[in-house]
Design a protein around this ligand. Structure first.
Ligand code: ASP
Ligand code: MG
Length: 412
C-alpha cells in the first residue's frame, strides 16, 4: 500500500483536481490511500468564519463564499445534474446549523467542528471525481480512523486505537480520505494543527505499514533553503530521517515537524515530489547509512524574543525555570530557541494562539520580563566555513547560538 498526500495548493481549482488525477495516472492508481487537505486557501477562509462567529457578527456571508468557491470547482469537474452539488451544499448547511445552535464557548472546539469542513468537502469532491473518471476508490471518514484526545486544534493521537482501526482496512483497495482531522472518543472532530495533513498521511502510512509515502508539492522536493527567501538553493535528493527531523524542527516548512517520527519508526520511505513534474525523482527521506547532511538554510519569521531575569538579580535556578515553563505550556507558546546566562534567560518564542501578552503579564508578576516582537530566527545547518560571512552579512544580531552542526541567529 502506498500513501499519497495532496495539499491545498494542488487542489486550488478544477484544473488542480484534474492534475491530481494525471499524477495518479503517472504513478499507477492501485493499492493506495490518498490523503487530501482543504482546497486552496479554504482553511484560512473557514478560520475567518469562526472568527466572525465569535465576534457575534453574521458569519453566513463568509461561509457562503467558501461554499460558492467549492461549487465553482465542481462545475469544472461534473455535469450539472451530478449529486455532488447537493452534497457539498449539505456540508455547508450543517456548519451553519451547528453554529446557529452551538452553546459551547470553547473557541478551539468550535474551530475544529467548523474548519474541518474544508477537508470533508475537498475529499468528497476528489473521491467522486476520481470515481467519475474510472479511478475506483472508496471514501473514508478519517475521523473513524484517527482517534485523538480532546486537545482541540492540536489533537494528540491515541496510537493503539488508531493503529487498530487503520490496520482493519483492505489493502487491495484504493481510498480517498481527509488530512488534518481526527475525532475524540465522543466523535467530535479534532484537528491536528495547521498544515497537519502531512501528519495524517504519516499516521495512515504507519497504521498500514505502507511501502512508501509521497507528499506532492508545488516545489521540486526538499531544498537547501526556501527559494522565496534564500538565493542559490538546490534540491536535496536524499536525506536521512534524522536530518529531515532536524530541519523540520528548525522550521523548514516543506515538512511538517510531527510527520517524520511515525515513518522513521517503521522505516517507511518518504518522498517529497512536485505535482507539476511527477516524473522527476524529488527528495527521498529514509534511513541513510552515512548522512552527509547538506548545508541548509531555514528562516522562521514572526518570532518574539523574550528576556527574563529575577527581580533580585539572583541566579536563574531550577524552580524559576519550572515556573517559566509551566506558564509557557499553559499559554501554548512554543520555544524556538533558548539561551540562559547566570541571571537571565533569553527565549525566542512562537505565539501561535495570540497569548504572548497574557504570558508577559503573568511573568511580570514574579520576574523582570520584556519582549522584542516580530524578530526572525535564521538557522544554518551543516555550515561550510566559506559561507559563514555571507550568512552573517547585513544582519542585526540580537542573539546567537552555535552548536556542533547548527548556527542560529535572532535578528530584527
Ligand atoms: N488544511 C489544513 C491547513 O491549511 C491542513 C493542511 O493543509 O495540511 O492548515
Ligand atoms: Mg493547507
Amino acid at each position: 500500500m502506498k500513501v499519497f498526500k495532496f495539499g491545498g495548493a494542488s487542489l486550488k481549482d478544477a484544473d488542480g483536481v484534474k492534475n491530481v488525477a494525471a499524477v495518479l495516472n503517472s504513478q499507477k492508481f492501485e493499492n493506495c490511500l490518498l490523503v487530501v487537505s482543504a482546497m486552496g486557501k479554504t482553511t484560512n477562509a473557514l478560520e475567518k468564519v469562526v472568527q466572525v462567529y465569535f465576534e457575534k457578527s453574521d458569519f453566513r456571508a463568509q461561509l457562503a463564499e467558501v461554499e460558492d468557491a467549492h461549487l465553482q470547482i465542481c462545475r469544472g469537474l461534473f455535469s450539472d445534474e451530478h449529486p455532488v452539488f447537493q452534497e457539498i451544499s449539505f456540508y455547508f448547511k450543517n456548519v451553519e446549523v451547528f453554529l446557529q445552535n452551538n452553546v459551547v464557548p470553547d473557541y478551539n472546539f468550535v474551530y475544529d467542528q467548523v474548519v474541518s469542513c474544508g477537508e470533508m468537502v475537498s475529499s468528497r469532491i476528489v473521491s467522486l471525481y476520481l470515481n467519475e473518471i474510472q479511478f475506483a476508490n472508496l471514501w473514508l471518514d478519517a475521523r473513524k480512523y484517527i482517534i485523538t484526545d480532546t486537545s482541540y486544534r492540536e489533537g494528540n493521537i491515541n496510537w493503539d486505537e488508531t493503529q487498530k482501526r487503520i490496520s482493519a482496512l483492505d489493502l487491495k483497495k484504493c481510498y480517498v480520505t481527509q488530512g488534518f482531522i481526527g475525532a475524540e472518543a465522543n466523535n467530535f472532530t479534532v484537528t491536528l494543527g495547521r498544515e497537519g495533513s502531512d501528519y495524517s498521511a504519516a499516521i495512515f502510512a504507519y497504521g498500514l505499514n505502507a511501502e512508501a509515502m509521497t507528499i506532492w508539492k508545488d516545489v521540486p522536493g526538499v531544498m537547501t533553503g526556501d527559494p522565496r527567501k534564500f538565493e542559490n538553493v538546490s534540491l536535496i535528493s536524499d536525506i536521512s530521517y534524522e536530518e529531515a527531523i532536524e530541519m523540520a524542527y528548525y522550521g523548514a516548512s516543506v515538512i511538517h515537524p510531527k510527520t517524520l517520527q511515525p515513518l522513521k519508526q517503521k522505516n517507511i520511505p518518504f518522498y517529497v515530489k512536485s505535482f507539476l513534474e511527477p516524473e522527476k525523482p524529488g527528495t527521498k527521506v529514509g534511513s541513510l547509512s552515512q548522512s552527509a547532511g547538506a548545508e541548509s538554510y531555514i528562516l522562521k519569521e514572526n518570532q518574539h524574543l523574550m528576556h527574563i531575569s529575577t527581580r533580585d538579580f539572583a541566579f536563574i535556578a531550577e524552580e524559576h525555570l519550572s515556573q517559566i515553563f509551566a506558564l509557557l505550556a499553559k499559554n501554548k507558546i512554543k520555544i524556538s530557541l533558548m539561551q540562559n546566562s547566570a541571571i537571565s534567560l533569553a527565549l525566542c518564542l512562537e505565539d501561535k494562539y495570540g497569548t504572548l501578552d497574557a504570558l508577559l503579564q503573568e511573568l511580570q508578576i514574579s520576574f523582570n520580563a520584556d519582549v522584542v516582537k516580530s524578530v526572525s530566527l535564521y538557522t544554518l545547518r551543516n555550515a561550510k566555513l566559506e559561507d559563514l560571512n555571507k550568512f552573517y552579512a547585513n544582519k542585526n544580531i540580537l542573539l546567537e547560538q552555535i552548536s556542533k552542526k547548527t548556527i542560529q541567529i535572532v535578528t530584527n
